[in-house]
Design a protein around this ligand. Structure first.
Ligand code: M6R
Length: 364
């Protein structure tokens, strides 16, 4: 049931504050200001490396997870798309935690990767939305997302819930490895608790985003830029746009622009820049300015501080609440999803059932 929404995708975008709160609720102990995982029969302390495997949108959760786990737990992380992992004969050393991320829990390549890891004595965890799925039954440690059924082929609420669980995993690993003080953990919990309200604040910009959709809908190519954990989000923005609006889109790490992609820029190319204020902001803005000097039509997504610092070069801006860098990828997912959604609606495509795509890819 779509309720009063026109499409499941729109409904699922709007559900995010509630389902992310539900998901966090099962991992946070707010009174103790602690993050907890379900019981497991292995010791997180013994984990010396992490291998994350997933497909599509879920693989971007893995890439963001790499930034978080390496930063907080100082454990090296490798991330692969499952179709590559299963055939590249990966080196699986002992004390590796294999992590699969999947909404459906049935994606053929991710399931095969999981089985490959288990067959090689790797301990596995799964961030999975469907609790009865094959992956949910086969992992050593199930880390459920509580997004509820996701009907739209374009993944939205599963993504933000997967990020919430990935953050919980990163914090637990950091604590187990002796890398996190009580105070640091308390502070992280406080930021995570703020995520649902920040998601709500992001959704409030829906009409503004809708108003700019017609300009983007007329483009032939759209580029997305981000740095640090916002780089995978740029990839997610581009994937979302291409799968439902059929506009060619690419995401790049901001610093890579001048190594090639900047050649694509002219005044017909919208450039969506994801740049929360913070330590990485100035660098990304200077990449944005290089592109603007070549005519790029920039839509800057940042907070009030960032928008003020960036000046009036962008053709449009979307103001996000000021949030801690840890939860920025969850919050900035919302404008990226809404933009793809409204562009697709403006183009009149089938938003919930895009051509050539299936919700669950159970063949390789
Ligand atoms: O069910 P899964 O999370 O394993 O699915 C993975 C991808 O097929 C999925 O995220 C796909 O990329 C979505 N259509 C993206 O919106």
């Amino acid at each position: 049931d779509k309720g009063n929404h026109r499409h499941f995708m729109q409904k699922e975008i709007y559900e995010q504050p509630v389902v992310v709160a539900q998901t966090l609720g099962s991992y946070l102990r707010p009174l103790e200001e602690q993050v907890a995982l379900p019981d497991m029969d292995f010791d997180l302390k013994s984990i010396e490396r992490v291998a994350i495997v997933a497909c599509g949108t879920a693989s971007y959760v893995g890439m963001i997870g790499k930034y978080w786990i390496e930063r907080f737990a100082r454990v090296p992380v490798e991330v692969d798309v499952a179709s590559e992992f299963r055939y590249r004969d990966p080196v699986l050393l002992s004390n590796t935690l294999g992590v699969v991320v999947s909404q459906s829990g049935e994606t053929a390549d991710t399931l095969a990767a999981l089985r490959h890891m288990r067959a090689n004595a790797v301990t596995t965890a799964g961030i999975i939305n469907v609790p009865t799925s094959s992956m949910a039954r086969e992992v050593d440690l199930l880390l459920p997302t509580h997004a509820g059924p996701e009907i739209g082929v374009a993944s939205t609420k599963a993504f933000t819930c997967q990020l919430a669980v990935m953050a919980a995993l990163a914090v637990n690993l950091a604590r187990a490895k002796g890398r996190l003080t009580r105070d640091e953990e308390r502070e992280i919990v406080r930021h995570l608790v703020e995520a649902p309200a920040a998601l709500n604040a992001a959704i409030e910009h829906d009409e503004e985003i809708q108003a700019m959709a017609h300009t983007i809908a007329a483009a032939r190519d759209v580029l997305y830029l981000g740095r640090g954990p916002d780089y995978p989000l740029a990839l997610e923005g581009a994937l979302k746009l291409k799968e439902i609006s059929y506009i060619h889109a690419e995401g790049y790490a901001s610093g890579e622009m001048k190594h090639g992609p900047i050649a694509l820029i002219d005044d017909s190319v919208p450039l969506i820049v994801l740049a929360p204020s913070g330590p990485l902001f100035d660098k990304t803005v200077s990449n944005m300015q290089e592109a603007m000097a070549r005519g790029a039509q920039v839509v800057l997504i940042s907070d009030a501080e960032g928008l003020a610092a960036a000046g009036d070069g962008p053709i449009a801006t979307i103001e996000m609440p000021k949030v801690h860098p840890l939860i920025a990828p969850l919050v900035y997912a919302v404008p990226v999803q809404l933009l793809a959604y409204h562009v697709a609606v403006a183009k009149g495509t089938d938003v919930d059932q895009p051509r050539n795509l299936a919700k669950s890819v159970t063949v390789e």
